[in-house]
Design a protein around this ligand. Sequence first.
Ligand code: FMN
Length: 299
Amino acid sequence: MGLIFDVLGQPSVDPERCTRCGQCVAICPDEVLSIDGDVPKAGPGLMFGCIACGHCVSMCPTGAIQIEGRGMRADDAVELGPREARANADQLQALLLARRSIRRFTDQEVDRATVDRIIEMITTAPMGIPPHEVGLVVFHGREKVREFSRESCRSFGRAARFFNPVVLTLMRPFIGKTNHAIMRDFVKPLMAKLAEASEAGRDLFTYDAPVAILFHGSALGDPSDAHIAATYGMLAAESLGLGNCLLGTTAGLNHDKAFRQRHGIPRENKIGLCLILGHPAVRFRRGVRRRLASVTFAE
Ligand SMILES: Cc1cc2nc3c(=O)[nH]c(=O)nc-3n(C[C@H](O)[C@H](O)[C@H](O)COP(=O)(O)O)c2cc1C
């Protein structure tokens, strides 16, 4: 649905609870709501109409407004805990600094309640336009992840063989010099290596993790949505003391129709990152300082 607006959110106001304060009208990004003496009413808006962002629901002091449609239900308003209970900047920065990719896991499985909690946290990720266009395929349990890893590595092996020097040379005018070099020097050798290791019984793709979550997003969402959702999942796992690592290699599965079919990933969806997680077998003692490629303050 995302970028399609033939179905809109339907805001409705309980006249008994509404105090006519107008805060929902003031916050609406698309100016869908207007107030004219009586309770707020929905109109066509400035651009699209109600996309069910839910800002009016979050703003209303008396819980008088609700939205149905575009993935939102009437009872989706959630009470927030006290402000002091939220992670403050120091706590968040400490979590961010301590987070490192973990690729070594203990034998312990991750229980279903913890996986569900991480998924719940992922649902809070913002998206370009609601509702979420991101889907997950969850491989829960080592055996399931191992099978996912083996089938992915077989797929990588096929792709590595397909991208022989002749094919890569033919592709070069279409993909450009930099992408050609990345394919030749990074993607292809990496896929070949992952496949070879898998055949030899080593999992260099999902590192024998007990949980793998594959993120995919439809063309109706922003291309970044799935990546943002995966980042939320990574931080959620971190906050629960679970080791985690994002995997970008999964982009190589996009052309594997059989894989998509087997896991119910719609044809028009793009497979993004995979998040692996589990109980860490290692504990890092210090963080490292990093620098961005550039930071410029515009004049
Ligand atoms: C978009 C993205 C894709 C990544 N893909 C892989 C991957 O396929 N395999 C892997 O082992 N690590 C992967 N990583 C983990 C990075 O290698 C890791 O984040 C980086 O080396 C920095 O280390 P740190 O996460 O411990 O700070 C990926 C990370 C990101 C953000």
